[in-house]
Design a binder for this molecule. Structure first.
Ligand code: PRP
Ligand code: MN
Ligand code: MG
Length: 172
């Protein structure tokens, strides 16, 4: 167990309060990155007091392994035209930052009014890469984590907490 459910939910409420304040009076579109970000999206959207729209994008960089391949593929694009919109990308984790930097570049070309990022977890490599992430829940150590949307080979996403995966499970 790395982050218990009540600690996660308290952080979501804290982030939501900040987002409510920052986007007060503005029309906000939350863009979650499938599949990992579904839990954060569902909880964050409900914790916000402002009315927001939601959309989803599916990109994948990890496949079924534990290491980033660096290859980002669009599996599902947005339904929404984001030009002129205030867009907040919602992620479960920024690890190497490859997915996010690719996504930011991709969405920027569509000319949103603003583009920011909210992630519940961030790892040290992402901090080093100096990716501009406006809302961060927790900076965590460089361990393989699962739960609250995060998977290992598509398992453990539905755990309500974040845990570290015992090395013997993924064999390194
Ligand atoms: C995971 C995670 C982030 C990304 C972070 O997604 O949900 O989206 O990797 O890694 P990075 O910073 O090193 O790019 P994944 O590609 O495993 O797809 P998933 O969300 O469907 O699990
Ligand atoms: Mn993901
Ligand atoms: Mg994954």
């Amino acid at each position: 167990m790395l982050i218990p459910e009540d600690v996660l939910q308290a952080k979501i409420r804290e982030l939501a309060a900040q987002i409510d304040e920052d986007y007060a009076g503005q029309d906000l579109l939350l863009v979650a990155v499938l599949k990992g970000a579904v839990m954060v999206m569902a909880d964050l959207a409900r914790a916000l007091h402002s009315h927001v729209s939601v959309d989803f994008m599916a990109v994948s960089s990890y496949g079924s392994g534990t290491k980033s391949s660096g290859v980002v593929r669009i599996l599902k694009d947005l339904d929404t035209d984001i030009s002129g919109r205030h867009v907040l990308i919602v992620e479960d984790i920024v690890d190497s930052g490859l997915t996010l930097s690719w996504l930011i570049d991709n969405l920027r070309t569509r000319q949103p009014a603003s583009l920011e990022v909210c992630t519940i977890l961030r790892k040290p490599d992402a901090v080093k890469a100096e990716l501009d992430v406006r809302y961060v829940g927790f900076d965590i150590p460089n361990e393989f984590v699962v739960g609250y949307g995060l998977d290992y080979a598509e398992k453990y996403r539905n755990l309500p907490f974040v845990g570290t995966l015992a090395p013997h499970v993924y064999g390194s």
